[in-house]
Design a protein around this ligand. Structure first.
Ligand code: HEC
Ligand code: HEC
Length: 248
């Protein structure tokens, strides 16, 4: 079964921008049946998540468009427990329709327009860019709604230190003339280290010239405590940031 996956992938590449041809009520029901017998063991009976992630929220880490769902379900996700189960595309499309039927019910609580106002008022743009405007210290959020789950976004705002990607680990060191230097770790190898300081300048230094080299895995983003309703609105706003024209 697994051996067929690469062939399936080649065929599916051509279907990159394909629209789901199987969206009738009968397709949704058939998709639910396939899901319960082949997917619920890991993703939960109602796709609520378990050993595998929640698939009901409508926000997928590995891609939320129809074409990406088709690919991820048909081929699996390399290097993870998500298997490449071989089904005909028709059958996978039915499963996608079933997931979409759950997604429609799970739109995040909160009002994106109010969230946008909170984003402005809290000064998030000092460090984050959306569609080309804002600072560069934090990640670009223009497409965050496609890349991250609502839960991840909520946590990133409420407790920034919970999950900090390596790109945002922070280097502090003493430079050649005894000058303190610090910034985000961009890259490092045995002999050199590259980092971006808080003024957004890039530096490349030889490790042998540095004294007291230290890497902190903490976020430079301060926590933003706020009422739950504000956090819902802000999360709904960020979840709404996705590529234009893509599916939900
Ligand atoms: C053996 C357990 C297992 C089975 C069976 C399984 N999955 Fe998964 N699936 C996972 C895991 C684990 C991940 C997360 C991969 C990662 O990102 O680390 C995943 C990821 C996914 C994703 C991507 C989620 C995202 O956020 O982008 C989709 C979509 C998905 N699975 C759908 C399905 C469907 C549909 C089936 C049944 C045809 C299925 N899976 C069967 C374990 C499983
Ligand atoms: C002082 C700079 C700074 C400010 C102000 C700031 N952030 Fe951040 N933010 C960061 C940095 C750096 C990261 C990456 C490290 C991490 O994950 O915490 C980050 C990460 C994030 C992430 C996770 C992104 C991902 O891809 O995982 C979200 C979401 C986020 N910030 C939203 C916000 C919101 C909303 C505000 C305003 C309430 C805000 N940030 C204010 C610096 C900042």
């Amino acid at each position: 079964m697994r051996l067929l996956a690469p062939l399936a992938f080649a065929a599916l590449l051509q279907a990159q921008e394909a629209k789901n041809p199987a969206t009738s009520t009968a397709d949704v029901a058939a998709g639910a049946k396939t899901f319960r017998s082949h997917c619920s063991e890991c993703h939960g009976f109602e796709a609520q998540g378990g050993r595998g992630p929640n698939l009901a929220s409508g926000v997928f880490y590995h891609g939320s468009s129809d074409a990406e769902l088709l690919r991820n379900i048909s081929d699996g996700i390399a290097g993870t427990e998500m298997p490449g189960l071989f089904y005909s595309p028709d059958r996978v499309w039915q499963v996608v329709s079933y997931l979409r039927s759950l997604n429609a019910r799970a739109a995040p609580a909160g009002d994106p327009a109010k969230g946008a106002a909170i984003y402005g008022a809290k000064g998030c743009a000092k460090c984050h860019r959306i569609d080309g405007s804002g600072g560069r210290l934090g990640p670009d959020l223009s497409q965050i709604g496609r890349a991250r789950s609502a839960e991840h976004i909520r946590q990133a705002i409420a407790t920034p230190n919970a999950d900090v990607r390596q790109r945002y680990w922070f280097v502090s060191a003493t430079g050649p003339e005894g000058k303190p230097v610090s910034g985000f770790l961009m890259n490092e190898d045995t002999y050199t280290v590259q980092f971006m300081d808080l003024g957004e300048q890039l530096h490349s230094m030889n490790k042998s010239d540095l004294r007291g080299y230290q890497v902190e895995m903490k976020s430079r983003m301060p926590p933003f405590p706020m009422p739950a309703a504000d956090l819902d609105n802000l999360t709904a706003y960020l979840v709404s940031l996705r590529p234009k024209g893509g599916s939900k």
